[in-house]
Write a protein of this length. Structure first.
Ligand code: MLC
Ligand code: AMP
Length: 500
Protein backbone atom coordinates (compact mmCIF):
# COMPACT_ATOMS: atom_id res chain seq x y z
CA UNK A 1 0.00 0.00 0.00
CA UNK A 2 0.94 3.62 -0.39
CA UNK A 3 -0.45 6.76 1.23
CA UNK A 4 -2.79 7.43 -1.67
CA UNK A 5 -4.64 4.18 -0.96
CA UNK A 6 -5.55 5.52 2.48
CA UNK A 7 -6.45 8.94 1.09
CA UNK A 8 -8.77 7.36 -1.49
CA UNK A 9 -11.25 6.70 1.33
CA UNK A 10 -11.73 10.46 1.15
CA UNK A 11 -10.64 11.58 -2.33
CA UNK A 12 -12.78 9.00 -4.10
CA UNK A 13 -15.29 7.68 -1.57
CA UNK A 14 -16.27 11.07 -0.10
CA UNK A 15 -16.08 12.88 -3.39
CA UNK A 16 -18.88 15.39 -2.72
CA UNK A 17 -18.13 16.22 0.89
CA UNK A 18 -16.49 19.44 1.95
CA UNK A 19 -12.88 18.61 2.78
CA UNK A 20 -11.30 21.91 3.48
CA UNK A 21 -12.14 25.47 4.35
CA UNK A 22 -9.50 28.15 4.05
CA UNK A 23 -9.65 31.91 4.47
CA UNK A 24 -8.63 33.88 1.37
CA UNK A 25 -6.69 37.17 1.37
CA UNK A 26 -9.78 39.12 2.43
CA UNK A 27 -10.53 36.69 5.27
CA UNK A 28 -13.59 35.24 3.48
CA UNK A 29 -13.75 31.44 3.64
CA UNK A 30 -13.69 29.26 0.57
CA UNK A 31 -14.48 25.56 0.67
CA UNK A 32 -13.06 22.68 -1.36
CA UNK A 33 -14.59 19.19 -1.65
CA UNK A 34 -12.57 15.99 -1.64
CA UNK A 35 -13.53 15.54 -5.28
CA UNK A 36 -12.09 18.97 -6.09
CA UNK A 37 -8.91 18.11 -4.20
CA UNK A 38 -8.68 14.99 -6.34
CA UNK A 39 -8.99 16.81 -9.66
CA UNK A 40 -6.84 19.77 -8.64
CA UNK A 41 -4.04 17.48 -7.49
CA UNK A 42 -4.37 15.41 -10.67
CA UNK A 43 -3.77 18.53 -12.73
CA UNK A 44 -0.89 19.52 -10.49
CA UNK A 45 0.62 16.03 -10.82
CA UNK A 46 0.44 16.35 -14.60
CA UNK A 47 2.16 19.70 -14.40
CA UNK A 48 4.96 18.30 -12.23
CA UNK A 49 5.37 15.37 -14.62
CA UNK A 50 5.41 17.77 -17.59
CA UNK A 51 8.17 19.71 -15.84
CA UNK A 52 10.17 16.51 -15.71
CA UNK A 53 9.60 15.36 -12.14
CA UNK A 54 9.95 11.64 -11.60
CA UNK A 55 9.43 9.25 -8.71
CA UNK A 56 12.19 9.78 -6.12
CA UNK A 57 12.90 13.38 -7.18
CA UNK A 58 12.69 15.96 -4.42
CA UNK A 59 10.48 19.04 -4.45
CA UNK A 60 10.96 21.64 -1.71
CA UNK A 61 7.94 23.52 -0.37
CA UNK A 62 8.51 27.01 0.97
CA UNK A 63 4.82 27.71 1.29
CA UNK A 64 2.50 29.17 3.90
CA UNK A 65 -0.39 27.04 5.16
CA UNK A 66 -3.06 27.05 2.46
CA UNK A 67 -4.85 25.07 -0.22
CA UNK A 68 -1.83 25.30 -2.54
CA UNK A 69 0.27 23.35 -0.06
CA UNK A 70 -2.35 20.58 -0.01
CA UNK A 71 -2.69 20.41 -3.81
CA UNK A 72 1.08 20.18 -4.32
CA UNK A 73 1.46 17.69 -1.50
CA UNK A 74 -1.18 15.39 -2.99
CA UNK A 75 0.36 15.72 -6.45
CA UNK A 76 3.71 14.60 -5.02
CA UNK A 77 2.10 11.69 -3.17
CA UNK A 78 0.54 10.57 -6.44
CA UNK A 79 3.82 10.71 -8.36
CA UNK A 80 6.13 9.42 -5.63
CA UNK A 81 7.93 12.76 -5.57
CA UNK A 82 9.57 13.35 -2.17
CA UNK A 83 8.32 16.48 -0.41
CA UNK A 84 10.91 18.57 1.45
CA UNK A 85 8.99 21.04 3.62
CA UNK A 86 10.93 24.16 4.58
CA UNK A 87 10.16 26.39 7.58
CA UNK A 88 8.76 29.67 6.23
CA UNK A 89 10.56 31.58 8.99
CA UNK A 90 13.97 30.45 7.74
CA UNK A 91 16.42 32.93 6.29
CA UNK A 92 18.62 32.47 3.25
CA UNK A 93 21.48 30.83 5.13
CA UNK A 94 19.21 28.20 6.70
CA UNK A 95 17.39 27.47 3.44
CA UNK A 96 20.64 27.25 1.45
CA UNK A 97 21.82 24.33 3.51
CA UNK A 98 18.58 22.38 2.98
CA UNK A 99 18.62 23.00 -0.76
CA UNK A 100 22.29 22.00 -1.04
CA UNK A 101 21.68 18.85 0.93
CA UNK A 102 18.37 17.63 -0.50
CA UNK A 103 19.08 18.87 -4.05
CA UNK A 104 15.42 19.33 -4.96
CA UNK A 105 14.46 19.89 -8.59
CA UNK A 106 12.81 23.17 -7.52
CA UNK A 107 11.28 25.10 -4.65
CA UNK A 108 7.53 25.75 -4.82
CA UNK A 109 6.96 29.15 -3.26
CA UNK A 110 5.25 32.53 -3.29
CA UNK A 111 6.73 35.85 -4.49
CA UNK A 112 7.07 37.06 -0.90
CA UNK A 113 8.79 33.95 0.42
CA UNK A 114 10.95 33.67 -2.70
CA UNK A 115 12.91 36.69 -1.42
CA UNK A 116 14.44 34.39 1.24
CA UNK A 117 15.80 31.97 -1.35
CA UNK A 118 19.52 31.86 -2.12
CA UNK A 119 20.41 33.25 -5.52
CA UNK A 120 20.47 30.60 -8.21
CA UNK A 121 17.61 28.60 -6.65
CA UNK A 122 15.03 27.24 -9.06
CA UNK A 123 11.80 28.77 -7.74
CA UNK A 124 8.41 27.67 -9.04
CA UNK A 125 5.86 30.31 -8.21
CA UNK A 126 2.67 28.66 -7.06
CA UNK A 127 0.18 31.03 -8.75
CA UNK A 128 1.90 30.52 -12.09
CA UNK A 129 1.85 26.75 -11.52
CA UNK A 130 -1.87 27.02 -10.97
CA UNK A 131 -2.43 28.87 -14.20
CA UNK A 132 -0.41 26.26 -16.10
CA UNK A 133 -2.10 23.32 -14.36
CA UNK A 134 -5.65 24.61 -14.89
CA UNK A 135 -5.65 23.69 -18.59
CA UNK A 136 -4.32 20.17 -18.06
CA UNK A 137 -6.25 16.92 -18.04
CA UNK A 138 -7.92 16.26 -14.66
CA UNK A 139 -7.87 12.48 -14.85
CA UNK A 140 -5.73 10.74 -12.32
CA UNK A 141 -2.02 10.26 -12.80
CA UNK A 142 -0.36 7.96 -10.30
CA UNK A 143 2.64 5.69 -9.94
CA UNK A 144 2.59 2.28 -8.26
CA UNK A 145 4.82 2.78 -5.22
CA UNK A 146 6.20 0.40 -2.66
CA UNK A 147 5.44 1.42 0.93
CA UNK A 148 9.16 1.75 1.56
CA UNK A 149 9.41 4.66 -0.90
CA UNK A 150 10.26 7.96 0.77
CA UNK A 151 7.36 10.39 1.07
CA UNK A 152 9.02 13.20 3.01
CA UNK A 153 12.45 14.49 3.94
CA UNK A 154 12.02 16.58 7.07
CA UNK A 155 14.97 18.68 8.13
CA UNK A 156 15.71 18.61 11.80
CA UNK A 157 18.41 20.80 13.30
CA UNK A 158 21.49 18.78 14.05
CA UNK A 159 23.74 18.92 17.07
CA UNK A 160 26.60 19.74 14.74
CA UNK A 161 24.85 22.94 13.67
CA UNK A 162 23.94 21.59 10.23
CA UNK A 163 20.47 20.16 9.96
CA UNK A 164 19.92 16.63 8.71
CA UNK A 165 17.09 15.34 6.54
CA UNK A 166 15.00 12.60 8.14
CA UNK A 167 13.67 10.34 5.39
CA UNK A 168 10.10 9.24 6.19
CA UNK A 169 8.59 6.55 3.98
CA UNK A 170 5.00 5.97 2.96
CA UNK A 171 4.96 3.09 5.45
CA UNK A 172 6.17 5.36 8.26
CA UNK A 173 3.42 7.85 7.48
CA UNK A 174 0.76 5.15 7.17
CA UNK A 175 1.80 3.61 10.50
CA UNK A 176 1.42 7.01 12.13
CA UNK A 177 -1.99 7.61 10.59
CA UNK A 178 -3.32 4.19 11.60
CA UNK A 179 -2.13 4.69 15.18
CA UNK A 180 -3.60 8.13 15.60
CA UNK A 181 -6.89 7.38 13.88
CA UNK A 182 -7.38 4.31 16.04
CA UNK A 183 -6.03 5.60 19.33
CA UNK A 184 -7.68 9.01 19.11
CA UNK A 185 -10.88 7.70 17.47
CA UNK A 186 -10.71 10.17 14.57
CA UNK A 187 -13.58 9.73 12.09
CA UNK A 188 -15.16 11.49 9.13
CA UNK A 189 -17.53 13.16 11.61
CA UNK A 190 -14.67 15.17 13.11
CA UNK A 191 -14.01 18.82 12.48
CA UNK A 192 -10.31 19.56 12.73
CA UNK A 193 -9.05 23.08 13.36
CA UNK A 194 -5.56 23.20 11.83
CA UNK A 195 -3.39 25.94 13.32
CA UNK A 196 0.05 24.32 13.21
CA UNK A 197 2.51 25.07 10.43
CA UNK A 198 2.45 22.40 7.72
CA UNK A 199 6.23 22.37 7.34
CA UNK A 200 6.68 20.25 10.51
CA UNK A 201 5.56 16.70 11.26
CA UNK A 202 3.09 17.83 13.90
CA UNK A 203 0.95 19.81 11.43
CA UNK A 204 1.68 17.64 8.39
CA UNK A 205 2.25 14.09 9.64
CA UNK A 206 -0.45 14.19 12.30
CA UNK A 207 -2.86 16.84 11.03
CA UNK A 208 -2.97 16.64 7.24
CA UNK A 209 -2.40 12.90 6.98
CA UNK A 210 -5.16 11.92 9.44
CA UNK A 211 -7.53 14.45 7.88
CA UNK A 212 -6.98 12.96 4.40
CA UNK A 213 -7.25 9.39 5.64
CA UNK A 214 -10.45 9.90 7.65
CA UNK A 215 -12.24 12.39 5.42
CA UNK A 216 -13.11 14.74 8.26
CA UNK A 217 -13.50 18.47 7.67
CA UNK A 218 -10.48 20.73 8.17
CA UNK A 219 -10.38 24.48 8.60
CA UNK A 220 -6.81 25.44 7.76
CA UNK A 221 -5.52 28.71 9.19
CA UNK A 222 -2.36 30.35 7.97
CA UNK A 223 -1.07 30.32 11.53
CA UNK A 224 -2.11 30.33 15.17
CA UNK A 225 -2.99 33.93 16.00
CA UNK A 226 -3.78 34.36 19.68
CA UNK A 227 -5.80 37.53 19.03
CA UNK A 228 -8.31 35.77 16.73
CA UNK A 229 -8.18 32.12 17.68
CA UNK A 230 -11.28 32.23 19.91
CA UNK A 231 -13.35 33.49 16.95
CA UNK A 232 -12.21 30.56 14.83
CA UNK A 233 -13.13 28.11 17.56
CA UNK A 234 -16.57 29.71 17.92
CA UNK A 235 -17.25 30.05 14.23
CA UNK A 236 -15.97 26.66 13.04
CA UNK A 237 -17.03 24.67 16.12
CA UNK A 238 -14.22 22.12 15.78
CA UNK A 239 -14.18 18.81 17.58
CA UNK A 240 -10.45 18.23 17.27
CA UNK A 241 -7.37 20.41 17.65
CA UNK A 242 -3.63 19.71 17.76
CA UNK A 243 -1.24 22.23 19.27
CA UNK A 244 2.08 22.92 20.96
CA UNK A 245 2.18 23.99 24.64
CA UNK A 246 2.58 27.69 23.73
CA UNK A 247 -0.79 27.56 21.99
CA UNK A 248 -2.48 26.11 25.07
CA UNK A 249 -0.82 28.72 27.29
CA UNK A 250 -2.21 31.41 25.01
CA UNK A 251 -5.66 29.81 24.94
CA UNK A 252 -5.81 30.29 28.72
CA UNK A 253 -6.27 34.00 27.92
CA UNK A 254 -9.67 33.26 26.32
CA UNK A 255 -12.45 34.62 28.59
CA UNK A 256 -14.07 31.99 30.77
CA UNK A 257 -17.54 31.94 29.12
CA UNK A 258 -16.00 31.63 25.64
CA UNK A 259 -13.71 28.88 26.88
CA UNK A 260 -16.66 26.88 28.19
CA UNK A 261 -18.54 27.32 24.91
CA UNK A 262 -15.46 26.13 22.97
CA UNK A 263 -15.05 23.17 25.31
CA UNK A 264 -18.71 22.19 24.85
CA UNK A 265 -18.28 21.30 21.16
CA UNK A 266 -14.71 19.98 21.33
CA UNK A 267 -13.99 16.26 21.50
CA UNK A 268 -10.21 16.21 21.87
CA UNK A 269 -7.32 18.61 22.41
CA UNK A 270 -3.90 17.06 21.75
CA UNK A 271 -0.59 18.63 22.74
CA UNK A 272 2.99 17.79 21.85
CA UNK A 273 6.36 18.89 20.38
CA UNK A 274 7.47 20.25 23.77
CA UNK A 275 6.68 19.54 27.40
CA UNK A 276 3.23 20.60 28.59
CA UNK A 277 3.62 21.92 32.14
CA UNK A 278 1.28 20.17 34.59
CA UNK A 279 -0.07 23.53 35.81
CA UNK A 280 -1.12 24.44 32.25
CA UNK A 281 -2.90 21.08 31.90
CA UNK A 282 -4.76 21.76 35.17
CA UNK A 283 -5.63 25.37 34.31
CA UNK A 284 -6.83 24.36 30.85
CA UNK A 285 -9.00 21.62 32.28
CA UNK A 286 -10.60 24.06 34.74
CA UNK A 287 -11.25 26.63 32.00
CA UNK A 288 -12.26 24.49 29.00
CA UNK A 289 -13.51 21.35 30.76
CA UNK A 290 -11.08 19.11 28.82
CA UNK A 291 -7.98 17.20 29.86
CA UNK A 292 -5.46 17.76 27.08
CA UNK A 293 -4.02 14.53 25.68
CA UNK A 294 -0.22 14.86 25.65
CA UNK A 295 1.82 12.78 23.23
CA UNK A 296 5.47 12.58 22.23
CA UNK A 297 7.02 12.44 18.79
CA UNK A 298 9.95 13.47 16.64
CA UNK A 299 10.57 14.40 13.03
CA UNK A 300 12.50 11.14 12.72
CA UNK A 301 9.77 8.93 14.13
CA UNK A 302 6.44 10.71 13.89
CA UNK A 303 4.49 9.69 17.03
CA UNK A 304 6.03 7.33 19.58
CA UNK A 305 4.00 7.54 22.76
CA UNK A 306 0.77 9.11 23.92
CA UNK A 307 -1.59 9.26 26.84
CA UNK A 308 -4.65 7.08 26.33
CA UNK A 309 -7.85 8.48 24.88
CA UNK A 310 -10.07 6.52 27.21
CA UNK A 311 -7.80 5.91 30.21
CA UNK A 312 -5.88 8.20 32.53
CA UNK A 313 -4.21 11.23 30.90
CA UNK A 314 -1.45 11.70 33.42
CA UNK A 315 -0.01 15.19 33.99
CA UNK A 316 3.71 15.39 33.20
CA UNK A 317 3.68 12.04 31.38
CA UNK A 318 3.69 11.28 27.66
CA UNK A 319 1.85 8.03 28.30
CA UNK A 320 2.33 4.67 26.62
CA UNK A 321 3.87 3.50 23.33
CA UNK A 322 1.61 3.61 20.27
CA UNK A 323 0.73 0.26 18.67
CA UNK A 324 3.80 -1.44 17.20
CA UNK A 325 6.25 0.86 18.98
CA UNK A 326 8.78 -0.79 21.30
CA UNK A 327 10.84 1.26 23.74
CA UNK A 328 13.91 0.82 25.88
CA UNK A 329 15.31 3.14 28.52
CA UNK A 330 19.06 2.63 28.86
CA UNK A 331 22.01 3.91 30.87
CA UNK A 332 25.37 5.09 29.55
CA UNK A 333 26.56 1.50 29.26
CA UNK A 334 23.47 0.72 27.14
CA UNK A 335 21.89 -1.48 29.80
CA UNK A 336 18.17 -1.23 30.51
CA UNK A 337 17.48 0.74 33.66
CA UNK A 338 14.86 -0.34 36.20
CA UNK A 339 11.49 1.45 36.32
CA UNK A 340 11.73 4.77 38.11
CA UNK A 341 15.27 5.42 36.86
CA UNK A 342 16.20 8.00 34.24
CA UNK A 343 17.93 6.84 31.07
CA UNK A 344 17.98 7.53 27.34
CA UNK A 345 14.83 6.56 25.46
CA UNK A 346 15.28 4.26 22.47
CA UNK A 347 12.45 3.39 20.09
CA UNK A 348 11.75 0.87 17.36
CA UNK A 349 8.64 0.49 15.26
CA UNK A 350 6.98 0.95 11.88
CA UNK A 351 6.95 4.70 12.49
CA UNK A 352 10.74 5.03 12.78
CA UNK A 353 12.37 6.71 9.79
CA UNK A 354 14.61 5.01 7.26
CA UNK A 355 17.66 7.11 8.12
CA UNK A 356 19.13 10.52 7.43
CA UNK A 357 19.37 11.66 3.83
CA UNK A 358 22.85 10.85 2.54
CA UNK A 359 24.32 10.82 6.07
CA UNK A 360 25.61 7.32 6.88
CA UNK A 361 27.77 8.87 9.59
CA UNK A 362 24.70 10.27 11.36
CA UNK A 363 22.85 6.96 10.92
CA UNK A 364 25.73 5.09 12.52
CA UNK A 365 25.43 7.34 15.57
CA UNK A 366 21.64 7.33 15.75
CA UNK A 367 20.87 3.62 15.33
CA UNK A 368 21.96 0.73 17.53
CA UNK A 369 21.74 -2.81 16.13
CA UNK A 370 19.15 -4.99 17.83
CA UNK A 371 21.10 -7.60 19.78
CA UNK A 372 17.93 -8.56 21.68
CA UNK A 373 16.28 -9.96 18.57
CA UNK A 374 18.61 -10.63 15.64
CA UNK A 375 17.13 -9.61 12.32
CA UNK A 376 14.89 -7.00 13.91
CA UNK A 377 15.18 -3.34 12.99
CA UNK A 378 17.75 -1.32 14.90
CA UNK A 379 16.85 0.84 17.88
CA UNK A 380 16.73 4.58 17.28
CA UNK A 381 18.35 6.66 20.01
CA UNK A 382 15.99 9.58 20.53
CA UNK A 383 18.41 11.64 22.63
CA UNK A 384 15.55 12.26 25.06
CA UNK A 385 15.90 11.23 28.69
CA UNK A 386 12.96 9.37 30.15
CA UNK A 387 11.71 7.40 33.11
CA UNK A 388 9.07 4.64 33.14
CA UNK A 389 6.67 4.19 36.03
CA UNK A 390 5.73 0.71 37.25
CA UNK A 391 2.47 0.84 35.28
CA UNK A 392 4.26 1.66 32.03
CA UNK A 393 3.58 5.41 31.80
CA UNK A 394 6.66 7.23 30.53
CA UNK A 395 7.75 10.73 31.57
CA UNK A 396 10.37 12.75 29.74
CA UNK A 397 13.11 14.14 31.96
CA UNK A 398 15.24 16.29 29.68
CA UNK A 399 17.54 15.70 26.76
CA UNK A 400 20.96 14.25 26.14
CA UNK A 401 21.84 17.25 23.97
CA UNK A 402 21.39 20.92 24.82
CA UNK A 403 18.47 21.34 22.38
CA UNK A 404 16.24 24.35 23.18
CA UNK A 405 12.52 24.16 22.28
CA UNK A 406 10.81 27.54 21.96
CA UNK A 407 7.12 27.64 21.06
CA UNK A 408 7.52 24.10 19.71
CA UNK A 409 10.33 25.13 17.33
CA UNK A 410 13.70 23.43 17.89
CA UNK A 411 16.84 25.48 18.34
CA UNK A 412 20.30 23.96 18.44
CA UNK A 413 22.64 26.27 20.39
CA UNK A 414 25.57 25.19 18.26
CA UNK A 415 24.02 26.65 15.11
CA UNK A 416 23.57 30.06 16.76
CA UNK A 417 27.02 29.93 18.35
CA UNK A 418 28.53 29.36 14.90
CA UNK A 419 26.73 32.44 13.56
CA UNK A 420 27.89 34.54 16.54
CA UNK A 421 31.50 33.43 16.14
CA UNK A 422 31.47 34.60 12.52
CA UNK A 423 30.59 38.15 13.63
CA UNK A 424 33.39 40.72 13.96
CA UNK A 425 34.77 41.20 17.48
CA UNK A 426 33.18 38.04 18.94
CA UNK A 427 35.77 35.67 20.37
CA UNK A 428 33.67 33.11 22.21
CA UNK A 429 29.96 32.34 22.39
CA UNK A 430 27.63 30.07 24.34
CA UNK A 431 23.87 29.88 23.87
CA UNK A 432 21.55 28.46 26.53
CA UNK A 433 17.80 28.11 26.98
CA UNK A 434 16.12 30.04 29.77
CA UNK A 435 12.66 29.21 31.09
CA UNK A 436 9.78 31.24 29.68
CA UNK A 437 6.15 30.95 30.78
CA UNK A 438 4.73 31.35 27.28
CA UNK A 439 7.27 29.81 24.91
CA UNK A 440 8.67 27.17 27.28
CA UNK A 441 12.25 28.26 26.64
CA UNK A 442 14.01 31.23 25.05
CA UNK A 443 17.58 31.34 23.74
CA UNK A 444 20.05 33.68 25.47
CA UNK A 445 23.63 34.22 24.26
CA UNK A 446 26.76 34.80 26.34
CA UNK A 447 29.69 36.25 24.43
CA UNK A 448 33.28 37.18 25.01
CA UNK A 449 33.74 40.27 22.85
CA UNK A 450 36.40 42.83 21.97
CA UNK A 451 34.08 45.73 22.73
CA UNK A 452 30.44 46.70 23.44
CA UNK A 453 29.86 47.80 19.84
CA UNK A 454 30.43 44.24 18.58
CA UNK A 455 27.80 43.00 21.03
CA UNK A 456 25.36 45.76 20.09
CA UNK A 457 25.46 44.67 16.44
CA UNK A 458 24.54 41.07 17.17
CA UNK A 459 20.76 41.39 17.34
CA UNK A 460 20.43 42.89 13.86
CA UNK A 461 23.00 40.46 12.44
CA UNK A 462 21.18 37.46 13.88
CA UNK A 463 17.82 38.72 12.60
CA UNK A 464 19.14 38.81 9.06
CA UNK A 465 20.77 35.38 9.28
CA UNK A 466 18.45 33.29 11.44
CA UNK A 467 14.74 32.52 11.74
CA UNK A 468 13.15 34.90 14.26
CA UNK A 469 12.56 32.22 16.90
CA UNK A 470 16.30 31.44 16.97
CA UNK A 471 17.43 35.04 17.62
CA UNK A 472 18.70 35.23 21.22
CA UNK A 473 16.50 37.36 23.48
CA UNK A 474 19.62 38.82 25.11
CA UNK A 475 23.31 39.03 24.36
CA UNK A 476 25.24 39.04 27.63
CA UNK A 477 28.87 40.13 27.53
CA UNK A 478 31.10 38.14 29.88
CA UNK A 479 34.84 38.27 30.56
CA UNK A 480 35.29 34.55 29.93
CA UNK A 481 33.18 31.44 29.48
CA UNK A 482 33.44 28.96 32.37
CA UNK A 483 35.30 25.92 31.07
CA UNK A 484 36.44 22.55 32.36
CA UNK A 485 40.13 21.68 32.49
CA UNK A 486 39.64 20.12 29.07
CA UNK A 487 38.20 23.36 27.72
CA UNK A 488 34.54 22.30 27.48
CA UNK A 489 32.12 25.14 28.21
CA UNK A 490 30.17 24.60 31.45
CA UNK A 491 26.93 26.22 30.48
CA UNK A 492 25.34 25.61 33.89
CA UNK A 493 27.95 27.91 35.46
CA UNK A 494 27.09 30.92 33.28
CA UNK A 495 25.65 33.85 35.26
CA UNK A 496 21.85 33.69 35.43
CA UNK A 497 19.90 35.87 33.01
CA UNK A 498 18.80 38.66 33.42
CA UNK A 499 22.22 39.60 34.71
CA UNK A 500 22.38 41.70 37.86
C1 MLC B 1 5.53 32.10 14.71
N1 MLC B 1 5.81 33.11 13.86
C2 MLC B 1 5.29 32.80 12.67
C3 MLC B 1 4.70 31.53 12.81
N2 MLC B 1 4.86 31.14 14.08
N3 MLC B 1 5.31 33.44 11.51
C4 MLC B 1 4.72 32.85 10.46
N4 MLC B 1 4.13 31.64 10.52
C5 MLC B 1 4.10 30.96 11.67
N5 MLC B 1 3.55 29.76 11.71
C6 MLC B 1 6.60 34.27 14.21
C7 MLC B 1 5.87 35.54 14.38
O1 MLC B 1 5.79 36.25 13.18
C8 MLC B 1 6.76 36.28 15.39
O2 MLC B 1 7.94 36.73 14.76
C9 MLC B 1 7.15 35.18 16.32
O3 MLC B 1 7.15 34.00 15.50
C10 MLC B 1 6.24 35.01 17.52
O4 MLC B 1 4.90 35.13 17.14
P1 MLC B 1 3.73 35.30 18.22
O5 MLC B 1 2.43 35.42 17.55
O6 MLC B 1 4.13 36.30 19.26
O7 MLC B 1 3.85 33.90 18.85
P2 MLC B 1 3.33 33.09 20.06
O8 MLC B 1 2.01 33.57 20.61
O9 MLC B 1 4.47 32.96 20.99
O10 MLC B 1 3.03 31.69 19.34
C11 MLC B 1 4.00 31.14 18.54
C12 MLC B 1 3.44 29.88 17.90
C13 MLC B 1 4.58 29.32 17.05
C14 MLC B 1 3.02 28.87 18.97
C15 MLC B 1 2.24 30.20 17.05
O11 MLC B 1 5.70 29.16 17.88
C16 MLC B 1 4.24 28.02 16.36
O12 MLC B 1 3.52 27.98 15.38
N6 MLC B 1 4.79 26.89 16.85
C17 MLC B 1 4.55 25.57 16.28
C18 MLC B 1 5.83 24.87 16.04
C19 MLC B 1 5.62 23.43 15.55
O13 MLC B 1 4.74 23.16 14.74
N7 MLC B 1 6.41 22.52 16.04
C20 MLC B 1 6.28 21.11 15.69
C21 MLC B 1 7.66 20.53 15.42
S1 MLC B 1 7.51 18.80 15.07
P3 MLC B 1 8.82 37.98 15.30
O14 MLC B 1 9.79 38.23 14.19
O15 MLC B 1 7.86 39.07 15.56
O16 MLC B 1 9.48 37.45 16.56
C22 MLC B 1 7.98 18.06 16.54
C23 MLC B 1 7.67 16.61 16.71
C24 MLC B 1 6.46 16.48 17.55
O17 MLC B 1 8.43 18.68 17.43
O18 MLC B 1 6.50 15.78 18.57
O19 MLC B 1 5.48 17.11 17.19
P1 AMP C 1 11.68 17.73 16.27
O1 AMP C 1 13.11 17.46 16.02
O2 AMP C 1 11.23 19.08 15.88
O3 AMP C 1 10.87 16.69 15.67
O4 AMP C 1 11.48 17.67 17.85
C1 AMP C 1 11.46 16.45 18.54
C2 AMP C 1 11.71 16.69 19.99
O5 AMP C 1 10.61 17.40 20.57
C3 AMP C 1 11.79 15.42 20.79
O6 AMP C 1 13.04 14.79 20.68
C4 AMP C 1 11.50 15.92 22.19
O7 AMP C 1 12.67 16.44 22.78
C5 AMP C 1 10.51 17.06 21.94
N1 AMP C 1 9.13 16.66 22.26
C6 AMP C 1 8.15 16.23 21.45
N2 AMP C 1 7.02 15.98 22.15
C7 AMP C 1 7.28 16.26 23.44
C8 AMP C 1 6.54 16.22 24.65
N3 AMP C 1 5.25 15.85 24.68
N4 AMP C 1 7.17 16.59 25.79
C9 AMP C 1 8.45 16.98 25.79
N5 AMP C 1 9.21 17.04 24.68
C10 AMP C 1 8.64 16.70 23.51
Amino acid sequence: MQLLDLFDHSLLARHDRVALEVPDDTGALSTVTFGELETRSNRMARLLAARGMRTGDRLAFLLPNGAAFIDCFLACVKLGVIVVPVNVLYREREIAHILDDASPVAVVTTPTLATSLPSGSVAWEIEAMWRDAAVLDATRMTRALDGECPALIVYTSGTTGRSKGAVLTHNNCMANVLSLVTCWQITSADRYLAVLPLFHVHGLGNGVLTWLATGCRMRLLERFDAAHIAEDFRDFAPKLCFGVPTMYVRLLEVPETNARAIGAHMRLFVCGSAALPAHVLAAFSARFGHTILERYGMSETLMNLGNPYAGERRPGSVGLPFPGVAIRIVDGARHDVPDGTIGELWVRGPNVFRGYWRRPDADAEAFVAATDAPGRAAWFRTGDLAERAGDGYVSLRGRRTDLIISGGFNIYPREIEEVLLERPGIREAAVVGVADERRGELPVAYVVADDDASVAALDADCRSLLASFKVPRAFVRVEALPRTALGKVQKHLLPPWPCP
